[in-house]
Design a protein around this ligand. Structure first.
Ligand code: AMP
Length: 208
């Protein structure tokens, strides 16, 4: 099973991705994580990506598509993969169709007024876990691995607003792209817990 996980920044893609990865043994490919690892490692890709990420813009398609195409050519994804953060515009979706077969696009739909608070209050760990400050009670360590929690550089209000603008302009139409292909599954994630949202997604994914 090959899936695309779609949703605005703050929709809870990362949290759902961890749960889906565990239950369905899919290889989790997050383009945002790939860029952050490249920035940390000071690679040429990292140097290109940083300026765009800090500005809340998309990294150019030619860079991003090549990374994903190369990654999907690797042996470990043959048993199924989950793309998180890709495709982020129609062009990327069209390119993806040229080098992979997608079974379903899971679209996590969250009311816009919840997104800003979710992202600006987000604290993450290098292990991939993510929390909201309101549930941490001052705790600064990850409950899963003990790592120190931090706020992503691009999770500040100014950049978040730009990321949301970019999302609604460029990424939201990707849902329609998959709808036309009969592959879209939208799950509403409002006040429900991540586990409740996951239960709905898991039920759907059992069909594949
Ligand atoms: P994310 O972790 O998915 O929120 O991604 C963080 C940032 O990485 C985004 O705001 C973009 O600047 C960049 N990025 C991630 N995925 C893509 C993509 N598919 N196309 C272009 N830029 C991306």
């Amino acid at each position: 099973m090959n899936i695309v996980l779609l949703g605005a920044p703050g929709a809870g893609k990362g949290t759902q991705a961890s749960m889906i990865e565990e239950k369905f043994s899919l290889v989790h490919i997050s383009t945002g994580d790939i860029f952050r690892a490249n920035i940390k490692g000071g690679t040429p890709i990292g140097k290109i990506a940083k300026g765009y990420i800090d500005a809340g813009k998309l990294v150019p398609d030619e860079v991003t598509c090549k990374i994903v195409e190369n990654r999907l050519g690797e042996e470990d994804v043959k048993g199924g993969f989950m793309l998180d953060g890709f495709p982020r515009n129609i062009f990327q979706a069209e390119q993806l169709d040229k080098f992979a077969k997608i079974d379903v696009c899971v679209n996590i739909d969250v009311d816009i007024d919840l997104l800003m608070d979710r992202i600006c209050g987000r604290r993450v760990c290098a292990c991939g876990e993510s929390y909201h400050v309101s549930t941490l009670n001052g705790e600064t360590k990850c409950k899963k691995c003990g790592g120190t929690l931090y706020r992503r550089d691009d999770d500040n209000p100014e950049t978040v607003q730009k990321r949301l603008d970019t999302y609604f302009k460029e990424t939201a139409p990707v849902a329609d792209y998959y709808k036309k292909q009969g592959k879209l599954f939208t799950v509403k994630s409002g006040k429900g817990s991540p586990k409740e949202v996951f239960a709905v997604i898991a039920e759907k994914l059992k069909e594949y």
